[in-house]
Design a protein around this ligand. Structure first.
Ligand code: NAD
Ligand code: GLY
Length: 351
Protein backbone atom coordinates (compact mmCIF):
# COMPACT_ATOMS: atom_id res chain seq x y z
CA UNK A 1 0.00 0.00 0.00
CA UNK A 2 1.23 3.49 -0.85
CA UNK A 3 0.61 6.70 1.06
CA UNK A 4 0.31 9.88 -0.97
CA UNK A 5 0.01 13.27 0.71
CA UNK A 6 -1.93 15.99 -1.11
CA UNK A 7 -0.57 19.19 0.38
CA UNK A 8 -3.35 21.61 -0.51
CA UNK A 9 -3.58 25.00 1.22
CA UNK A 10 -7.17 24.67 2.42
CA UNK A 11 -6.70 21.26 4.04
CA UNK A 12 -4.17 18.51 3.29
CA UNK A 13 -5.44 15.05 2.39
CA UNK A 14 -3.82 11.67 2.91
CA UNK A 15 -4.50 9.07 0.22
CA UNK A 16 -3.92 5.37 0.94
CA UNK A 17 -3.69 3.38 -2.28
CA UNK A 18 -3.55 -0.40 -2.60
CA UNK A 19 -4.69 -3.60 -0.93
CA UNK A 20 -5.81 -2.99 2.64
CA UNK A 21 -6.47 0.74 2.15
CA UNK A 22 -10.15 0.42 3.08
CA UNK A 23 -9.18 -1.29 6.37
CA UNK A 24 -7.49 1.99 7.36
CA UNK A 25 -11.01 3.27 8.04
CA UNK A 26 -10.95 1.37 11.36
CA UNK A 27 -8.10 3.49 12.73
CA UNK A 28 -9.20 6.74 11.12
CA UNK A 29 -12.78 6.51 12.37
CA UNK A 30 -12.18 4.97 15.82
CA UNK A 31 -14.18 6.85 18.45
CA UNK A 32 -15.67 9.24 15.87
CA UNK A 33 -19.29 10.04 15.17
CA UNK A 34 -19.61 8.56 11.66
CA UNK A 35 -22.25 9.01 8.94
CA UNK A 36 -21.99 6.97 5.73
CA UNK A 37 -23.42 7.87 2.31
CA UNK A 38 -23.54 5.22 -0.39
CA UNK A 39 -25.69 4.29 -3.38
CA UNK A 40 -28.13 1.39 -3.74
CA UNK A 41 -25.80 -0.74 -5.91
CA UNK A 42 -22.81 -0.36 -3.64
CA UNK A 43 -24.97 -0.98 -0.58
CA UNK A 44 -26.31 -4.22 -2.08
CA UNK A 45 -22.77 -5.46 -2.76
CA UNK A 46 -21.02 -4.17 0.36
CA UNK A 47 -23.73 -4.07 3.04
CA UNK A 48 -22.00 -6.73 5.13
CA UNK A 49 -18.58 -5.15 4.71
CA UNK A 50 -20.02 -1.74 5.69
CA UNK A 51 -21.70 -3.27 8.75
CA UNK A 52 -18.38 -4.78 9.87
CA UNK A 53 -16.46 -1.59 9.16
CA UNK A 54 -18.84 1.13 10.35
CA UNK A 55 -20.77 -0.72 13.10
CA UNK A 56 -23.88 1.17 14.15
CA UNK A 57 -23.16 4.31 12.12
CA UNK A 58 -26.18 5.56 10.17
CA UNK A 59 -25.98 4.68 6.47
CA UNK A 60 -27.79 6.91 3.99
CA UNK A 61 -28.48 4.96 0.79
CA UNK A 62 -29.21 7.11 -2.27
CA UNK A 63 -30.40 5.94 -5.70
CA UNK A 64 -27.51 5.12 -8.07
CA UNK A 65 -26.66 7.08 -11.19
CA UNK A 66 -25.87 10.52 -12.56
CA UNK A 67 -29.54 11.45 -12.91
CA UNK A 68 -29.79 11.41 -9.12
CA UNK A 69 -26.83 13.75 -8.66
CA UNK A 70 -29.22 16.61 -8.04
CA UNK A 71 -30.54 18.93 -5.37
CA UNK A 72 -33.31 16.49 -4.36
CA UNK A 73 -30.77 13.81 -3.40
CA UNK A 74 -28.38 16.38 -1.89
CA UNK A 75 -31.11 17.73 0.40
CA UNK A 76 -32.24 14.19 1.27
CA UNK A 77 -28.67 13.52 2.47
CA UNK A 78 -28.58 16.80 4.44
CA UNK A 79 -31.95 15.95 6.04
CA UNK A 80 -30.62 12.56 7.15
CA UNK A 81 -27.50 14.25 8.54
CA UNK A 82 -29.70 16.58 10.57
CA UNK A 83 -31.88 13.64 11.74
CA UNK A 84 -28.68 11.90 12.88
CA UNK A 85 -27.79 15.06 14.85
CA UNK A 86 -24.33 15.28 13.35
CA UNK A 87 -22.10 18.00 14.76
CA UNK A 88 -18.95 19.81 13.68
CA UNK A 89 -16.82 16.89 14.88
CA UNK A 90 -18.72 14.25 12.89
CA UNK A 91 -17.20 12.48 9.91
CA UNK A 92 -19.04 11.85 6.64
CA UNK A 93 -17.82 8.79 4.71
CA UNK A 94 -18.59 8.77 0.98
CA UNK A 95 -18.62 5.10 -0.04
CA UNK A 96 -19.18 4.84 -3.80
CA UNK A 97 -18.27 6.07 -7.23
CA UNK A 98 -17.85 9.62 -8.43
CA UNK A 99 -21.55 10.41 -8.14
CA UNK A 100 -21.68 9.57 -4.42
CA UNK A 101 -18.26 11.14 -3.85
CA UNK A 102 -19.17 14.45 -5.51
CA UNK A 103 -22.58 14.72 -3.88
CA UNK A 104 -21.69 13.50 -0.38
CA UNK A 105 -18.53 15.65 -0.49
CA UNK A 106 -20.73 18.67 -1.19
CA UNK A 107 -23.07 17.70 1.67
CA UNK A 108 -20.04 17.51 4.00
CA UNK A 109 -18.95 20.98 2.89
CA UNK A 110 -22.41 22.48 3.51
CA UNK A 111 -23.54 20.85 6.75
CA UNK A 112 -22.70 23.25 9.60
CA UNK A 113 -20.39 25.00 7.09
CA UNK A 114 -18.22 21.92 6.86
CA UNK A 115 -17.64 18.64 8.67
CA UNK A 116 -14.86 16.07 8.18
CA UNK A 117 -15.01 14.02 4.99
CA UNK A 118 -13.44 10.67 4.09
CA UNK A 119 -13.72 9.35 0.53
CA UNK A 120 -13.85 5.59 -0.02
CA UNK A 121 -14.00 5.40 -3.83
CA UNK A 122 -15.44 2.15 -5.18
CA UNK A 123 -15.12 2.71 -8.97
CA UNK A 124 -11.90 2.89 -10.93
CA UNK A 125 -12.81 6.39 -12.12
CA UNK A 126 -13.33 7.57 -8.56
CA UNK A 127 -10.04 5.99 -7.42
CA UNK A 128 -7.88 7.51 -10.15
CA UNK A 129 -9.60 10.87 -10.36
CA UNK A 130 -12.75 12.13 -8.68
CA UNK A 131 -12.08 11.22 -5.03
CA UNK A 132 -8.83 13.20 -5.01
CA UNK A 133 -8.58 16.97 -5.29
CA UNK A 134 -11.69 18.22 -3.53
CA UNK A 135 -14.06 19.00 -6.39
CA UNK A 136 -17.61 18.35 -5.14
CA UNK A 137 -20.81 19.11 -7.00
CA UNK A 138 -24.33 18.34 -8.17
CA UNK A 139 -25.85 18.88 -11.61
CA UNK A 140 -28.64 21.44 -11.96
CA UNK A 141 -30.99 22.42 -14.81
CA UNK A 142 -29.10 20.23 -17.23
CA UNK A 143 -25.72 21.74 -16.42
CA UNK A 144 -23.16 19.28 -15.10
CA UNK A 145 -21.47 20.04 -11.78
CA UNK A 146 -22.78 23.61 -11.82
CA UNK A 147 -23.42 23.81 -8.07
CA UNK A 148 -20.40 22.79 -6.07
CA UNK A 149 -17.46 23.60 -3.86
CA UNK A 150 -13.79 22.84 -3.51
CA UNK A 151 -13.68 20.84 -0.30
CA UNK A 152 -10.77 18.54 0.44
CA UNK A 153 -11.41 15.20 2.17
CA UNK A 154 -9.10 14.39 5.06
CA UNK A 155 -8.53 10.86 3.85
CA UNK A 156 -9.06 8.96 0.61
CA UNK A 157 -8.96 5.15 0.77
CA UNK A 158 -8.39 3.66 -2.72
CA UNK A 159 -8.72 -0.09 -2.27
CA UNK A 160 -8.57 -2.39 -5.32
CA UNK A 161 -10.88 -4.91 -3.62
CA UNK A 162 -13.85 -2.80 -4.78
CA UNK A 163 -12.84 -3.18 -8.44
CA UNK A 164 -13.61 -6.94 -8.44
CA UNK A 165 -17.35 -6.28 -8.61
CA UNK A 166 -17.19 -3.52 -11.23
CA UNK A 167 -18.76 -4.32 -14.61
CA UNK A 168 -16.37 -4.05 -17.63
CA UNK A 169 -18.12 -0.86 -18.78
CA UNK A 170 -17.20 0.87 -15.52
CA UNK A 171 -13.61 -0.39 -15.79
CA UNK A 172 -13.44 1.11 -19.30
CA UNK A 173 -14.81 4.33 -17.87
CA UNK A 174 -11.96 4.52 -15.32
CA UNK A 175 -9.45 3.60 -18.01
CA UNK A 176 -10.65 6.70 -19.88
CA UNK A 177 -9.36 8.92 -17.07
CA UNK A 178 -6.19 6.82 -16.80
CA UNK A 179 -5.41 7.32 -20.50
CA UNK A 180 -6.16 11.03 -20.06
CA UNK A 181 -3.62 11.14 -17.22
CA UNK A 182 -1.14 9.31 -19.47
CA UNK A 183 -1.55 12.06 -22.06
CA UNK A 184 -0.49 14.52 -19.36
CA UNK A 185 2.43 12.55 -17.93
CA UNK A 186 5.04 10.90 -20.12
CA UNK A 187 6.04 8.23 -17.55
CA UNK A 188 2.44 7.09 -17.15
CA UNK A 189 2.02 7.11 -20.93
CA UNK A 190 5.14 4.91 -21.33
CA UNK A 191 3.73 2.50 -18.76
CA UNK A 192 0.35 2.34 -20.50
CA UNK A 193 1.92 1.69 -23.88
CA UNK A 194 4.29 -0.95 -22.51
CA UNK A 195 1.37 -2.71 -20.84
CA UNK A 196 -1.19 -2.15 -23.55
CA UNK A 197 -2.11 -5.85 -23.54
CA UNK A 198 -2.91 -5.86 -19.85
CA UNK A 199 -4.79 -2.59 -19.47
CA UNK A 200 -7.84 -4.53 -18.24
CA UNK A 201 -5.90 -6.61 -15.67
CA UNK A 202 -6.90 -5.63 -12.17
CA UNK A 203 -3.27 -5.96 -11.04
CA UNK A 204 -2.24 -3.40 -13.65
CA UNK A 205 -5.07 -1.05 -12.69
CA UNK A 206 -4.03 -1.28 -9.06
CA UNK A 207 -0.46 -0.39 -9.99
CA UNK A 208 -1.34 2.56 -12.22
CA UNK A 209 -3.93 3.98 -9.80
CA UNK A 210 -1.20 5.20 -7.43
CA UNK A 211 0.63 6.85 -10.36
CA UNK A 212 -2.53 8.69 -11.38
CA UNK A 213 -3.25 9.80 -7.82
CA UNK A 214 0.33 11.05 -7.42
CA UNK A 215 0.09 12.98 -10.68
CA UNK A 216 -3.27 14.53 -9.75
CA UNK A 217 -1.99 15.43 -6.27
CA UNK A 218 0.87 17.38 -7.88
CA UNK A 219 -1.53 19.33 -10.09
CA UNK A 220 -4.00 20.05 -7.30
CA UNK A 221 -1.25 21.23 -4.95
CA UNK A 222 -0.21 23.84 -7.51
CA UNK A 223 -3.70 24.94 -8.56
CA UNK A 224 -6.24 23.77 -6.00
CA UNK A 225 -9.14 25.95 -7.17
CA UNK A 226 -8.37 26.00 -10.90
CA UNK A 227 -7.25 29.62 -10.76
CA UNK A 228 -3.86 29.65 -12.52
CA UNK A 229 -4.82 27.41 -15.42
CA UNK A 230 -2.80 24.31 -14.57
CA UNK A 231 -5.71 22.25 -13.20
CA UNK A 232 -7.52 22.83 -16.49
CA UNK A 233 -5.20 20.22 -18.00
CA UNK A 234 -7.29 17.57 -16.21
CA UNK A 235 -10.11 18.49 -18.60
CA UNK A 236 -8.32 17.09 -21.66
CA UNK A 237 -10.91 15.47 -23.91
CA UNK A 238 -13.71 16.69 -21.65
CA UNK A 239 -15.05 19.57 -23.79
CA UNK A 240 -16.07 17.27 -26.62
CA UNK A 241 -16.61 14.35 -24.23
CA UNK A 242 -19.11 16.32 -22.09
CA UNK A 243 -20.95 17.52 -25.18
CA UNK A 244 -21.31 13.93 -26.45
CA UNK A 245 -22.28 12.68 -22.98
CA UNK A 246 -24.98 15.33 -22.58
CA UNK A 247 -26.37 14.89 -26.07
CA UNK A 248 -26.19 11.12 -26.60
CA UNK A 249 -25.78 9.75 -23.07
CA UNK A 250 -25.49 6.05 -24.05
CA UNK A 251 -21.93 5.40 -22.94
CA UNK A 252 -20.10 6.10 -19.71
CA UNK A 253 -18.36 9.40 -18.86
CA UNK A 254 -14.89 7.90 -19.34
CA UNK A 255 -15.76 6.42 -22.73
CA UNK A 256 -16.96 9.82 -23.93
CA UNK A 257 -13.76 11.39 -22.57
CA UNK A 258 -11.78 8.90 -24.66
CA UNK A 259 -13.83 9.63 -27.78
CA UNK A 260 -13.42 13.35 -27.03
CA UNK A 261 -9.64 12.88 -26.76
CA UNK A 262 -9.63 10.91 -30.01
CA UNK A 263 -11.45 13.69 -31.91
CA UNK A 264 -9.46 16.44 -30.23
CA UNK A 265 -6.15 14.72 -31.09
CA UNK A 266 -7.17 15.08 -34.75
CA UNK A 267 -7.90 18.77 -34.13
CA UNK A 268 -4.48 19.12 -32.42
CA UNK A 269 -2.81 17.50 -35.41
CA UNK A 270 -4.69 19.65 -37.96
CA UNK A 271 -3.97 22.83 -36.00
CA UNK A 272 -0.27 21.95 -35.82
CA UNK A 273 -0.35 21.68 -32.00
CA UNK A 274 1.04 18.14 -32.02
CA UNK A 275 2.79 15.89 -34.49
CA UNK A 276 0.94 13.24 -36.49
CA UNK A 277 3.18 10.54 -34.98
CA UNK A 278 2.26 11.47 -31.42
CA UNK A 279 -1.44 11.94 -32.24
CA UNK A 280 -1.49 8.46 -33.79
CA UNK A 281 0.20 6.95 -30.73
CA UNK A 282 -2.51 8.44 -28.52
CA UNK A 283 -5.28 7.24 -30.81
CA UNK A 284 -3.85 3.71 -30.84
CA UNK A 285 -3.94 3.63 -27.04
CA UNK A 286 -7.49 4.99 -26.94
CA UNK A 287 -8.62 2.28 -29.37
CA UNK A 288 -7.00 -0.38 -27.18
CA UNK A 289 -9.52 0.62 -24.53
CA UNK A 290 -12.70 1.23 -26.52
CA UNK A 291 -12.13 -0.33 -29.91
CA UNK A 292 -13.71 1.21 -33.00
CA UNK A 293 -14.60 4.89 -32.68
CA UNK A 294 -18.25 5.43 -33.62
CA UNK A 295 -19.63 8.09 -35.93
CA UNK A 296 -22.31 10.38 -34.52
CA UNK A 297 -25.44 11.69 -36.21
CA UNK A 298 -26.06 15.43 -35.52
CA UNK A 299 -22.66 15.80 -33.88
CA UNK A 300 -22.56 19.48 -34.87
CA UNK A 301 -25.59 20.11 -32.70
CA UNK A 302 -23.97 18.12 -29.87
CA UNK A 303 -20.80 20.17 -30.22
CA UNK A 304 -22.81 23.37 -29.81
CA UNK A 305 -23.71 22.07 -26.35
CA UNK A 306 -20.05 22.62 -25.51
CA UNK A 307 -20.76 26.33 -25.88
CA UNK A 308 -22.69 26.22 -22.65
CA UNK A 309 -20.03 24.30 -20.78
CA UNK A 310 -19.06 26.40 -17.77
CA UNK A 311 -15.40 25.96 -18.70
CA UNK A 312 -15.86 28.08 -21.84
CA UNK A 313 -15.62 31.56 -20.44
CA UNK A 314 -16.19 33.48 -23.70
CA UNK A 315 -19.46 32.99 -25.53
CA UNK A 316 -18.05 32.72 -29.04
CA UNK A 317 -15.19 30.36 -28.50
CA UNK A 318 -14.53 26.90 -27.20
CA UNK A 319 -11.58 26.11 -24.95
CA UNK A 320 -9.85 22.80 -25.66
CA UNK A 321 -6.97 21.20 -23.79
CA UNK A 322 -5.04 19.59 -26.62
CA UNK A 323 -2.14 17.13 -26.57
CA UNK A 324 1.11 18.82 -27.56
CA UNK A 325 4.05 16.52 -26.84
CA UNK A 326 4.31 13.30 -24.82
CA UNK A 327 3.00 14.46 -21.43
CA UNK A 328 2.60 18.05 -22.61
CA UNK A 329 -0.57 19.99 -23.37
CA UNK A 330 -1.69 23.32 -24.79
CA UNK A 331 -4.92 25.23 -24.35
CA UNK A 332 -6.46 26.23 -27.68
CA UNK A 333 -9.37 28.60 -28.14
CA UNK A 334 -11.38 27.93 -31.29
CA UNK A 335 -14.30 29.91 -32.65
CA UNK A 336 -17.55 28.00 -32.37
CA UNK A 337 -17.83 27.85 -36.16
CA UNK A 338 -14.32 26.42 -36.53
CA UNK A 339 -14.83 23.88 -33.72
CA UNK A 340 -18.26 22.69 -34.87
CA UNK A 341 -17.06 22.44 -38.48
CA UNK A 342 -14.07 20.30 -37.50
CA UNK A 343 -16.07 18.05 -35.19
CA UNK A 344 -18.68 17.49 -37.91
CA UNK A 345 -15.99 16.55 -40.36
CA UNK A 346 -14.14 14.28 -37.94
CA UNK A 347 -16.95 12.57 -36.04
CA UNK A 348 -20.08 13.09 -38.11
CA UNK A 349 -21.96 10.39 -39.98
CA UNK A 350 -24.41 7.71 -39.06
CA UNK A 351 -24.52 6.04 -35.65
P1 NAD B 1 -20.99 6.31 -10.55
O1 NAD B 1 -20.69 6.85 -9.24
O2 NAD B 1 -22.34 6.55 -11.12
O3 NAD B 1 -20.68 4.75 -10.54
C1 NAD B 1 -20.93 3.99 -11.70
C2 NAD B 1 -21.82 2.80 -11.40
O4 NAD B 1 -21.07 1.82 -10.71
C3 NAD B 1 -23.02 3.12 -10.53
O5 NAD B 1 -24.13 2.40 -10.99
C4 NAD B 1 -22.58 2.60 -9.15
O6 NAD B 1 -23.68 2.22 -8.36
C5 NAD B 1 -21.75 1.41 -9.54
N1 NAD B 1 -20.72 1.01 -8.59
C6 NAD B 1 -19.94 1.79 -7.82
N2 NAD B 1 -19.01 1.06 -7.20
C7 NAD B 1 -19.20 -0.22 -7.58
C8 NAD B 1 -18.54 -1.44 -7.29
N3 NAD B 1 -17.44 -1.49 -6.53
N4 NAD B 1 -19.00 -2.58 -7.87
C9 NAD B 1 -20.07 -2.54 -8.72
N5 NAD B 1 -20.73 -1.41 -9.03
C10 NAD B 1 -20.30 -0.26 -8.47
O7 NAD B 1 -19.96 6.85 -11.68
P2 NAD B 1 -18.38 7.13 -11.67
O8 NAD B 1 -17.94 6.82 -13.05
O9 NAD B 1 -17.70 6.51 -10.52
O10 NAD B 1 -18.31 8.71 -11.46
C11 NAD B 1 -18.84 9.60 -12.41
C12 NAD B 1 -19.08 10.91 -11.71
O11 NAD B 1 -17.84 11.42 -11.26
C13 NAD B 1 -19.70 11.97 -12.61
O12 NAD B 1 -20.75 12.58 -11.93
C14 NAD B 1 -18.56 12.95 -12.83
O13 NAD B 1 -19.02 14.28 -13.01
C15 NAD B 1 -17.79 12.81 -11.55
N6 NAD B 1 -16.37 13.20 -11.65
C16 NAD B 1 -15.89 14.04 -10.70
C17 NAD B 1 -14.56 14.41 -10.71
C18 NAD B 1 -14.02 15.29 -9.62
O14 NAD B 1 -12.88 15.72 -9.73
N7 NAD B 1 -14.77 15.50 -8.56
C19 NAD B 1 -13.71 13.91 -11.71
C20 NAD B 1 -14.23 13.03 -12.67
C21 NAD B 1 -15.58 12.68 -12.63
N1 GLY C 1 -11.33 15.91 -12.83
C1 GLY C 1 -11.00 17.30 -13.00
C2 GLY C 1 -10.43 17.92 -11.79
O1 GLY C 1 -10.35 17.32 -10.75
O2 GLY C 1 -10.05 19.07 -11.83
Amino acid sequence: MQTIEVKTKSRPSTVYCGKGAAEKARDILRGKDVFVVTDANVFRLYEKWAGDMFGDAPICVVPAGERHKNRGTLFAILDKMLDARLNRGSVLVALGGGVVGDMAGLAASLYMRGIHAVQVPTTLLAQVDSSVGGKTAIDHRGVKNVIGAFYQPEYVLCDPMFLHTLPPRELRCGLGEIVKTGALDADILDKLEKNSDRLFDLSFMEDVTADCVRFKAGVVEKDECERNGLRKCLNMGHTTGHALELFYGRRSHGEYVLIGMYFESIIAERKGVCSRVYAEQLRALIQKVIGRIPKFRNIGEAARVALFDKKNEGKNEVSLILPKTRGGFAEAKLSIGDYVGMIEEIGGGVL
